[in-house]
Design a binder for this molecule. Sequence first.
Ligand code: FAD
Ligand code: UDP
Length: 384
Amino acid sequence: MNSPDLLVVGSGFFGLTIAEQAAAAGLRVTVIERRSHVGGNAYSEPEPSTGIEVHRYGAHLFHTSNEKVWAYANRFTAFTPYVHRVYTTHNGEVFPLPINLGTINQFFRAAHSPASARDLIAELASEFDAATAQSLEEKGVALIGRPLYEAFIAGYTAKQWQTPASELPASVISRLPVRYTYDNRYFNDTHEGLPVDGYTAWLERMADHPNIEVRLDTDFFDESQPLNKRAVVGQLPIVYTGPLDRYFEFEAGPLSWRTLDFEQEVLPVGDFQGTPVMNFADLDVPYTRIHEFRHFHPEREWYPDDRTVIVREYSRFADQGDEPYYPVNTPTDRQRLLAYRELTEAEKGVVFGGRLGTYQYLDMHMAIGAALSTWENKLRLSTN
Ligand code: FAD
Ligand code: UDP
C-alpha cells in the first residue's frame, strides 16, 4: 500500500482544517470518514421537495471573534449577514432570549431601566455568588435570580441534559449571556453569518486539494479496511477526531454523551413560526426547540412561499450506537477524562483533536482555531 504522509480520522471542521493545512504544506493526506459524507456535524443538504437547506445534525450558526479563524473561513466561503436571534415559549407566552431587559420587563410586567433591573436581579440572585458558583444551577440562579431561572432555564435544561442542574458544570450556562439592554443578539462575537452556498459547499472546498484523498464509509476501527487502527498506529502520523473513549476501547469507562433526535416535517405553509428557532422552556412540551430552516436564509428568493421545513429537536442520553453530540461532563466523566488524557499522552504518533477526540464542547470556530494551532505547534514540524 502506498501510505499517506498523514492520516486524518474524521472529516469535521477539525479534521478538514488539519488536512487542508497539511496538504498546502505539501503532505499527502488521507482522510477517512465513517459516514457517507464529509463535514461532520456541520453537514447540510437541501430538503428534496423544497430545496430548503437543512442542517442534518442540528442547526449550525457560525460566529467568531477570532480574526485568524474568520480570515481562514473566508478563504472557502462568503458569509451572509445573518444575525442569530432566539425566542422562547413559556406558559403560552413568547419571550426574547438571551435574557435581556425585554425578557425581564415582560416577565415581571414592569418597565425597569437598566439600573433598576440590575438592582432587582441582584436582590433575587443573592442566594449564590456567580464567581464561586460550582454548578449550572448555582450559576444560573446567581446570574438571573430564582424566578427567571425556574421559568427559562430549569425546565429547558432538564429536558436537554436529563441530569440534575446541580451536577452540571457552571460553564454550560456561562455561554448564555444576560443583558441589561434590549439587545437580543444571541452571540456577542465580532463576526457572524451563514455560508452563502451552504455548509457542505464550504466543507467540500476545504477538502478539494490534489494532495487530499477522502475515503467515505470507512471506519478507523474496521479491520477489513487497510487504514485501520491496528494496522497504522505507530506506522504513520495520525490525527484522530472520533470519540476518545472508543479509541481506547472504553478502558477507563464510558464517557457520557447527550444525543439528539430530529423530527423533520414539510408543512404546507409559507411561514410556520416567523423565526428560525423557537425554544420551549416548559416540561409539558417534550421537545426543546423547533427550527424552521427557511428563516436562516431570507436572501434565498428561490425558496417556495407555500411550503416550509421544520425540525423538532429532542434531547436524551446517548446509548451505544447513537451519535454522541454533547459531552455531559459529570464528576465521574471528569475523573475518567483524566485517565484518558494519560492514555493519549502515551499514544505516540497520534494527536487527539476536535469535539469528540478531546471530550469538550467546541463551536465550529473553536474547532477550526484549535486545528490551526495543532497544525502549527504540534504537527507541522514533526511531519516535515
Ligand atoms: P465532528 O464535526 O463531530 O466531526 C468528527 C467526524 O469524525 C465525524 O464526521 C464522524 O463521523 C467522524 N468519525 C468518528 N469516529 C470515526 C471513526 N471511527 N472512523 C472514521 N470517522 C469517524 N458549532 C457552532 O459554531 N455553532 C453552532 O450553532 C453549532 N451547533 C451545533 C449543534 C449541534 C447539535 C452539534 C452536535 C454541534 C454544533 N456545533 C456548532 C459544533 C460543530 O458541529 C463543529 O463542527 C464541531 O464541534 C467540531 O467539529 P469536529 O471536527 O471536532 O467534530
Ligand atoms: N438554556 C436554557 N434555556 C434556553 C436556552 C439555553 O436553559 O432557552 C441553557 C441550557 O442549559 C443549555 C445552555 O443554556 O444547555 C446553553 O444553551 P445553548 O443554546 O448554547 O445550547 P446549545 O445550542 O449548545 O444546545
